[in-house]
Design a protein around this ligand. Sequence first.
Ligand SMILES: [Mg+2]
Length: 339
Amino acid sequence: MAAPDTIATLGEAALVERIRQRAGGPPQWVHVGIGDDAAVYAPDRNALQVITTDSLVERVHFRADWTAYESVGYKAVAVNLSDLAAMGAEPRGLLLSLALPGAFAAGDFDALIDGVLHAAAESRATLIGGNLSRSPGPVVIDVTATGSVHPRKVLTRAGGRPGDELYVTGALGAAAAGLRLLERAASPAAELENAARECVGRYERPTPRTRCGLIVGRSRGAAAAVDLSDGLAAGVRLLAQASGTGAVVDASRVPVHAGAAKLADALGEDALRLAIAGGEDYELLFAVRPRRRRAFLAAMKRAGGLPVTMIGQLTREPGVWLAGGNDRSPLSEGFNHFA
Ligand SMILES: [Mg+2]
């Protein structure tokens, strides 16, 4: 039996052709797509261009013995689309730059590309080009994503004011619980299998809140936004800092993911801590003026009814706090539960 193909035996030209075939024909606004020296595309009329980049590095951001390459490719795109969503931008072109060892299996290459294309298609983004190079060590997947947004509908971290309400989409802590489970290399008890699958799934394949960011941005229901890549505490701090305010988060309002709560119990972890300090949920945090609350909630509904929870406020008083009962403590990435 012949040895399976590796990317070294296939060579660069064949790999680019493989990507091009899997990607299919580009939309009209792409004048020159995959395979030339550079991509050429027409910007959306009357829109600003938004651009962001983020990479996944093997053994830093993922482990190939935990996660299938299809999911790794999916996540590499999803984390970039999450940043576009936080700006209120509509995704457009993606560039994919891969550094891969020569022994990387052709089947894994195809799976990685399929994951990239799957995440792109879900958010109506188009792979328009990229780069392939050889890595002497880890796999590095670098994605650049462009989007467009109407000039008056850009969401930034800096638009908040004291008195704004803080809202978070979805539920938090699942990705961190999933990662904890993978790290322990333990198989969960039978009654926890569903929770485990959900949490590991959230860690490996986060859903970018593309439609939500776009529709909330267009509604001008929110004054500021940030995506929760590094956890709620980090997100609140970044938004408050950029807005020149403080913030208070009410511990009892933080939406802890139900599966994460179950799993945390079994792992001896604090679920609220995972929800606040654990990262990679890729939910969105919005600051909303009280008088724009109805417009914001209506936009959330139009965006597909993703749950949204009011968790606190921006304050004139500096500092970022977690309040519970009559007690409060600094809301930090090194968050400790109330004694
Ligand atoms: Mg971000």
